[in-house]
Write a protein that binds this ligand. Structure first.
Ligand code: SF4
Ligand code: FES
Length: 590
């Protein structure tokens, strides 16, 4: 592989890469504002300028290029043997000058700016700027603007890198943003009467290297240095977008994209970014309920499990069958243990996959791109994360043709015919919004119903036992996305109050069916995945449970149960460890 040398470090590159790309890949820092891997190169901010030397074509001697002038490393292709000095006195003087110009009109409002703590203007001021300002005149003040449903623009913080403008043109293909004016009156703006309102609009917030484009949803919600970041997978749609869940003390504050060039590139849709709100909804089901003398009452887990198992046993004892509906919102591992539960309760159990929410058609961005294009971004019409994974697991265990779709499941419960040999139904939901259809309600009438769900719905009134489930941010598991990729993830926050993951519920019910102990356990601290050096969020009192559910162990069991599930050992990708940037200041415990 050809190499270049940047600031004394040898960096590999592939032909066609620029100096900045080679340096970034090798972990050599060259400051950069306007450059972004996913956008066209404009070389306008000028902070990446460096002295570039390269072998002379005739003599082979290393000689300065362009007469020794500084050149933009983001735009200059790397060539073999090049030597780049981004730390020479001339390059450092340029970095200081650029920082000084950028800060001339920049307000010193870091204490009230949402970007504070993750701002490249702050970081580069510290690393590359001057310690003092020589500017004594009045700063130019530009307006704050509400530019779209999700985005606020604080114009006077803008450094005119134009990343946001290029994103709307090159990725979203909607071009709502533009540059208007000249000199210190230059501003980013929307075209008159046009809002920044497209399905990818909030990506400009991530792209903005300073605090000019702000997320209305996150505005003043939390200082970023309090947030823990857990790598995860989109749990709302079939895209399997790679995300980071940012949370503090068991509460999610925002979701950001995690780069995966095979799936979501550098972006996520607004739907994925803001779709997590149901996690902390007031409608969340928080404790078990069971029916006593016709009335639903709050219950402890021991009694709820006893009643659930009694109902399932009563159905089979009377010659009726058990039916299980597995939601496509659940993980593959949960689907596996739920099927085990249903077949343990009734070897003739009827098993189906829950309704598949869809919205419109698949959308590819930019609109002119084909879904297979290298830089295309697709929003899938299917609004559940794991239809393929759940179906794969169920078919592997039950055989193809034995897994019912939702319509088939309803028919098995008697829809249309009025006849059914099903006496007990286990329903799993976990949808981010109401999923109950009148047909389902009418079909379960007169049957014993165990409902495992996350949000309150009309089904709660119709069930005999309710067990509160957990959203995807509160659990570990695997989803198979629309491209057939199996991606694992870990829990980001503890499970809400007395709810449990569906996997744990299935294990508990299995233990109850097998007359094993399901008892209250010692209070247990939930270890939440967080960045190094940060305190794990949340402590949870563990209610009655059997063996703890462990997604990795279940994947091993799956591979043993069926050869076709061995890909859960070989093909599941887990998020790579996040690079933790060491603090450049001593951390003091207060
Ligand atoms: S608003 Fe942000 S992303 Fe857009 S040009 Fe200004 S600094 Fe760059
Ligand atoms: S990053 Fe090279 S000029 Fe902006």
């Amino acid at each position: 592989m050809p190499t270049i040398t940047v600031n004394g470090k040898v960096c590999d590159f592939t032909p066609g890469q620029t100096i900045v790309q080679a340096a970034n890949a090798a972990g050599v820092e060259i400051p950069q504002y306007c450059y972004h891997d996913g956008l066209s190169i404009v070389a306008s901010c000028r902070i990446c300028l460096a002295e570039i030397w390269a072998p002379d074509a005739k003599t082979g001697q290393i000689v300065p290029q362009m007469g020794g002038k500084l050149q933009p490393t983001c735009q200059t292709p790397a060539t073999a043997g090049m030597v780049v000095y981004a730390d020479s006195p001339k390059a450092v003087a340029n970095q200081k000058a650029v920082m000084e110009y950028l800060l001339i009109n920049h307000p010193l409002d870091c204490p009230v700016c949402d970007q504070s703590g993750e701002c490249f203007l702050q970081d580069y001021s510290y690393q590359y700027g001057r310690g003092v300002s020589r500017f004594e005149e009045q700063k130019v003040k530009n307006p704050k603007k509400d530019v779209g449903p999700h985005v606020l623009l604080y114009s006077d913080r803008c450094i005119m890198c134009t990343r946001c403008v290029r994103f709307t043109r090159e990725v979203a293909g909607t071009a709502e943003l533009m540059v208007q004016g000249r000199g210190n009156k230059e501003e980013i703006d929307v075209f008159p009467g046009v809002a920044l309102d497209n399905p990818l609009s909030a990506n400009v917030i991530d792209l903005c290297p300073v605090g000019a484009l702000l997320d209305k949803d996150f505005l003043f919600a939390q200082r970023v240095w309090f947030l823990k970041s857990s790598p995860s997978i989109d749990g709302i749609t079939a895209s399997g977008d790679n995300i980071r869940i940012e949370h503090n003390q068991g509460k999610v504050y925002r979701i950001k994209p995690r780069t995966n060039l095979s799936i979501n590139k550098w972006w996520i849709s607004d739907e994925v970014r803001y779709g997590w709100k149901f996690v902390h909804s007031d409608e969340r089901l928080r404790s078990p309920l069971r029916r006593q003398f016709g009335t639903l009452i709050e219950s402890d887990y021991t009694r709820a499990y006893e009643d659930a198992v009694k109902g399932l046993r009563a159905a089979t004892a009377s010659g009726k069958r058990v039916a299980l509906l597995v939601s496509p919102m659940l993980t593959c591992e949960e689907a596996f243990v739920l099927v085990k539960l249903a077949r343990e309760a009734d070897p003739r159990a009827i098993i189906g996959v829950g309704p598949i929410p869809t919205g419109g058609k698949d959308q590819t961005f930019p609109p002119s791109a084909k879904p297979d294009d290298k830089n295309a971004f697709t929003i899938y019409a299917e609004k559940c994360p794991n239809r393929r994974g759940v179906t794969r697991v169920l078919e592997a265990i039950l055989g193809q043709g034995n897994v019912l779709d939702f319509a088939g499941f309803l028919r098995a419960l008697g829809l249309g015919s009025g006849h059914s040999d099903v006496g007990a139904v286990v329903l799993t939901g976990n949808y981010p919004s109401n999923w109950v259809t009148p047909e389902l309600t009418s079909c379960i009438d007169g049957k014993f119903v165990v409902l495992i769900d996350t949000l309150a719905s009309s089904l709660v009134d119709d069930c005999d036992v309710l067990i509160p489930g957990a959203t995807w941010v509160e659990k570990a598991g695997t989803f198979e996305n629309a491209r057939g990729m199996l991606q694992g993830f870990e829990a980001a926050i503890p499970v809400i109050e007395l709810a449990k993951t569906e996997g744990q519920i299935a294990l508990d019910l299995l233990a109850e069916l097998g007359n094993e102990a399901v008892e209250p356990r010692e209070p247990q601290t939930l270890v939440v995945q967080s960045s190094m050096g940060q305190v794990a969020a949340g402590v949870q009192v563990a209610p009655a449970r059997a063996t703890p559910f462990n997604a990795a162990h279940v994947r091993g069991e799956m591979a043993q149960a069926s050869a076709s599930l061995s890909l859960f050992i070989t093909n599941v990708t887990m998020p790579e460890g996040e690079t933790v940037r060491p603090s450049d200041m001593p951390i003091v415990d207060l």
